[in-house]
Each structure stands twice: as C-alpha cells, then as structure tokens.
Design a protein around this ligand. Structure first.
Ligand SMILES: [Cu+2]
Length: 155
C-alpha cells in the first residue's frame, strides 16, 4: 500500500465522505458497478486526458455501455499536468471534489480511480453491473469545472 493511498483513505474515512466505495464486511461496494475480472472478456476503451485552449478534457464526453459489460479503460495522461480518472456516481464525485479542495494532494490508486502524472498511463478494469448514469471525473481542484468530466450511460 502506498503512503499516499493510505493518507487519502485515512482522510476520507475520518471525514465520513464516500469516494465511490464503501466497505461492507470484507467486500467493497461501488456505485458504478464492480472491479472487473481479468479472466472474463472485456471491451477496451482508451481515454486520453489533456489540456489546451484554457480547458481540460477527456477524449470522451459520453460512453454507452450495456449492463453486464466489462470495460478495460486504458487511461493516458497526455497533458502537462497531473490528472485523475475517478469513476463513481455524480453525487459521490461532487462530495469527493469538495474534500479534495481541502486536501488537494490526495492521490488515488483504487479499483475505480487513478491519479496519473504527465506521460503516465493506467488501466481500470470495470464491470458495469448496474444500469444508470455514472461519471468519470478529475477531482483535482479546478479541473472538473474546466471540463474534466464525462458520463457513462449503462443500459
Ligand atoms: Cu485533471
């Protein structure tokens, strides 16, 4: 466990705010579905993060997914700043974003979210077990309002 991850988890736990995951017995539950199984088939979706012209963005605004589908998100940071990909409900991301205004140094290496320095990439393997509209967003202060958010529509 990295020190940053532990620090972030500690803050979130003590503040009582959900980041999209909560413990229930030994199992973790997530708003947007569940961590994927590498042994099952998946569809790859590559997402690029970047800045430019006063905005920050993901290469996708909306991703349509069938319920039960497993997606291998390949996330690439092609920007000059650190960015995140956090997959949760809109409400959870909003609460998590408010927390990050207080603790902007929070970093994530979770099943549903990664923090990526410039030039880095990461994978999030995710199974969309629930229908509904979810959000992926960068919760580093100022990034969501600058355009770093997108929707996942699961039908
Ligand atoms: Cu960002």
């Amino acid at each position: 466990m990295s020190r940053h991850w532990f620090f972030a988890t500690l803050i979130v736990a003590s503040a009582g705010i959900s980041t999209g995951a909560f413990a229930h017995g030994d199992e973790k539950h997530f708003a947007a579905g569940a961590p994927g199984n590498p042994k099952q088939k998946s569809r790859t979706v590559e997402i690029v993060m970047r800045e430019g012209n006063g905005t920050m963005s993901y290469s996708h605004d909306v991703i349509a997914i069938k319920r039960g589908e497993q997606i291998r998100f390949i996330i690439k940071n092609e920007g000059a700043l650190t960015h995140e990909f956090m997959l949760a409900s809109v409400k959870e991301n909003e609460a998590h974003g408010k927390l990050m205004e207080k603790y902007p140094e929070m970093e994530h290496d979770d099943p549903n979210g990664k923090t990526l320095e410039p030039g880095k990439s990461a994978e999030v393997l995710w199974k969309f077990t629930k229908s509904g509209t979810f959000e992926f967003a960068c919760l580093i202060p100022g990034h969501h309002p600058a355009g770093m958010h997108g929707l996942v529509k699961v039908k």
